[in-house]
Structures are given as structure tokens and as C-alpha cells.
Design a protein. Structure first.
Length: 202
């Protein structure tokens, strides 16, 4: 197999603008020209970044609890709200974005992943949970997997999910959403001091 030469040029990234806001920026997601910030007790902040030199907060949506993670899919923002579980927010019209419903997860929701009409939740000591959100107004728990330690991160792709606690990374078979199975784990030591999102690659 031949090799392909690759030229790597250095560059100096520079900030275009900055934005001050109230609350604590815990997590962010981007869709189109809008930035969605999980801002702790301030809820969900929606920022119009169409003019990248002059971003502005155009909508604040009060959440059911401390907003620590956000994932945006289509017209819905899914927000992990700590001990209050999962908030589902309709963002079809930014200026009138509002809470559709809150779902009480099995623990303290700290991180989320979304695919195929389901939200995968890292619930701290409450374990790993799969929530069906096909109907955003009527979510329900499909399954749970416990005894995984204090989970701080989750990602899901196709038929695998990965969760992490402060000491280990665990791989979960989610080919059957109703019956997730822990496949294995690797000890990563006490290296993870704050919530992280593991990335599944296959």
C-alpha cells in the first residue's frame, strides 16, 4: 500500500466575538445559526449567531432544574436538568420556544445522547436509562441499567453506547433498546474530574 504525502500548515485561530450572559455555561449545542446553552439555574439560553461578530441571546427558556447538558435534534431541545430529570423543549419557533414536558429520570441526569427517537441518559448513581421520545409530549422509560457507578458521560451510536464514571469506561449493547447489555469495561483511573462526553466510533 502506497503512502500519500500530507502537508500540514500551522495557523493561528482567533476569536471573532464573545458573549456575556447570566448563568453558568455547562454545555452547548449548535444547529444552523443558533447556539443552545445549558446555563445552570438560568435554564436554556438560545443565541442568534447569524451575525458571528455580534451574537445575542434571543430567548431564555426556564427549565425544571439545573440545566447541565443540551442536545438539539430537529425542532426539539433535550436538556438534562440534574435531579429534575429531562426537559423537552419545542424550539420550532425560536421566539416562542417553550417547555413541552419534563420527564423524571431514574437519577440525576448529567449527560445525554439522542438517536432514533430515543434519549440515552447518564443518571449519575441512578445508572443508564433509555427514554422513548417519539412523542415529545409523552416520553416514557424503555429500560434502565444500574450498578454502573456514578455516571458522568454517555454517547450512543447505532447499536452501541458508551458510558463513563470517574474510574471506568463501559460499553453497552443497545441493539435491543428494551434490554441493554453491558459488554465490558476498561479501568481509566480517577482521571475524569468533570462531566465529559465519550464518543462512540465504529
Amino acid at each position: 500500500m502506497g503512502s500519500i504525502p500530507v502537508k500540514v500548515e500551522s495557523f493561528q485561530p482567533a476569536g471573532i466575538s464573545s458573549l456575556s450572559y447570566t448563568g453558568q455555561g455547562n454545555d452547548v449545542d449548535v444547529q444552523g445559526d443558533f447556539v443552545y446553552i445549558a446555563a445552570g439555574t438560568e435554564g436554556l439560553l438560545i443565541v442568534d449567531a447569524s451575525d458571528k461578530a455580534n451574537p445575542s441571546v434571543v430567548k431564555t427558556v426556564a427549565t425544571s432544574g439545573n440545566a447541565v447538558d443540551v442536545k438539539v435534534v430537529g425542532n426539539i431541545a433535550y436538556v438534562a436538568v440534574s435531579g429534575s430529570g429531562l426537559d423537552i423543549i419545542n424550539i420550532a419557533q425560536i421566539e416562542s420556544a417553550s417547555l413541552v414536558t419534563n420527564f423524571a429520570t431514574s437519577g440525576t441526569a448529567v449527560d445525554l445522547s439522542v438517536q432514533n427517537g430515543h434519549v440515552f441518559v447518564a443518571n449519575g448513581v441512578g445508572g443508564f436509562e433509555i427514554v422513548n421520545v417519539d412523542d415529545p409530549a409523552a416520553p416514557y422509560s424503555v429500560s434502565k441499567l444500574e450498578n454502573l457507578g456514578n455516571l458522568i458521560g454517555v454517547d450512543a451510536q447505532n447499536d452501541r453506547a458508551v458510558v463513563v464514571n470517574s474510574n471506568a469506561m463501559m460499553v453497552i449493547d443497545i441493539s435491543d433498546y428494551s434490554s441493554p447489555v453491558r459488554l465490558g469495561s476498561i479501568n481509566i483511573g480517577n482521571m475524569l474530574m468533570s462531566p465529559v462526553t465519550p464518543v462512540v466510533t465504529r
